[in-house]
Design a protein around this ligand. Structure first.
Ligand code: TRP
Length: 385
């Protein structure tokens, strides 16, 4: 049960900013509001042409919006390689909602042979809010790096940039970017106010810098594709604005939705740990979280049989769809649920059957990652031009 304070705002009311995601998100409206492009059938067929398949996360609409993704694919088709760039703010431990776009990023790296820059914004997470200490962000930086490596990125083609550790590689670009952005633009894009600390106000160019770093590394203009959740879009809007003036390509993006929390619908949140499955959770904990999850079911079995459930308002359904069901299984689950022929217990059981082994295996890879952290760090071995 959620307390009244956690009740999502009225239907139709939602907030998506890089630091706050609240309410029931209407993704179509977001595409309009942010001025991004929807993923079209034409893009799916292009992917099919280039890779021989369409990844389920694209096909099922987990990645639903983009800017210039088609342009990057066209370039690639003509033989021009692109870099991937994504990142993580180390505000806590990693849960399944975080790893989804990373799994997709690895898929893109494997299919297109792309080099990847992975930024850890420990500065951002320290600066945001009142109560985070440097020690906390330092610890989460290390813990999160283990998760990133556990995804299986190619060590030869992947470099992790920790902002406070590798700032010398970002700073020249960040100042070039910062010089071209006024406070009035930053306020409009990020909603900064007079009471925002000036560290936060100065931070966006640091997150923008890796968009152009590949061009500096390679000594020529390099297209960059950013797979990320849609809440990061304001950064790229700002970056795209200055790209031309700096003589670089505008960074392209592919935007994901959020994986709903198990507590209720909305972004899976690390601040409500009982509603997220963490990569470090013990099997019993995963079992407990799945079995006590909020669902789209009716209050009683009789009502469920009579009225059917609401799968698209059910986090268990979405977890299964994105992670563990095949498309066919998921479509069948949807129909069976709606017609009252499926009870929530069965879906929760299926989720536990998927999530327990997933987390168990992930944890093993995470432990192995401890030995190779140095290999992935940006300044240990810069990616060869
Ligand atoms: N600001 C992001 C966060 O809070 C971290 C991040 C930095 C990022 N660079 C990125 C995310 C690029 C996606 C793509 O999580």
């Amino acid at each position: 049960m959620s307390s009244p304070a956690e009740e999502p705002a009225e239907k139709g009311d939602f907030t998506v900013t890089p630091w706050e995601v609240e309410g029931e998100i209407d993704y179509n409206r977001l595409v309009e509001k942010f001025g991004t492009q929807p993923i079209t059938p034409a893009i799916l067929s292009k992917m099919k042409k280039l890779t021989g398949e369409v990844h389920p996360m694209l096909k099922l609409g987990y990645f639903f919006s983009h800017r210039d993704f088609d342009w990057v694919l066209d370039k690639k088709e003509k033989g021009e390689d692109f870099y991937l760039y994504t990142g993580r703010g180390p505000s806590g431990m990693v849960h399944m909602g975080h790893v989804m776009p990373w799994i997709f990023t690895k898929y893109l790296q494997d299919r297109f042979g792309s080099k990847l820059l992975f930024q850890i914004t420990d500065d951002e997470k320290f600066l945001y809010g009142q109560d985070r200490t440097r020690e906390e962000t330092r610890r989460y930086t290390y813990e999160n790096i283990l998760d990133i490596i556990a995804i299986g990125f190619d060590p030869k083609k992947t470099r992790i940039i920790v902002d406070t550790k590798h700032i010398q590689h970002l700073y020249p670009l960040a100042t070039e970017i910062a010089k071209r952005i006024t406070f009035s633009t930053a306020k409009a894009v990020f909603g900064f106010t007079n009471s925002t600390n000036i560290g936060m106000i100065g931070f966006p160019p640091v997150q923008a810098a890796p968009c152009f770093l590949p061009s500096v590394i390679e000594g020529r203009n390099v297209p960059v594709l950013i797979p990320a959740a849609i809440d990061q879009d304001p950064y790229w809007r700002m970056t795209r604005d200055v790209a031309d003036r700096m003589g670089y390509y505008k960074p392209a993006q592919i935007h994901s939705k959020f994986l709903p929390g198990l507590g209720m619908m909305g972004k899976m949140s690390s601040s409500k740990p009982e509603t997220a499955i963490f990569t470090t959770d013990e099997p019993e904990v995963v079992e407990k979280k799945t079995s006590s999850s909020f669902t789209g079911g009716q209050p009683t079995v009789a009502l469920q049989r009579q009225l059917g459930g609401n799968p698209t308002g059910c986090p268990v359904f979405w977890y299964l769809r994105y992670f563990f069901d095949t498309e066919k299984q998921s479509d069948e689950r949807l129909l069976k649920c709606r017609s009252g022929n499926l009870l929530c217990g069965e879906c929760k059981g299926d989720l536990a059957k998927g999530a327990v082994p997933f987390v168990t295996q992930f944890k093993k890879r995470r432990e192995k990652a401890r030995d190779v952290v140095a290999k992935f760090m940006y300044d240990e071995q810069p990616i060869e031009p």
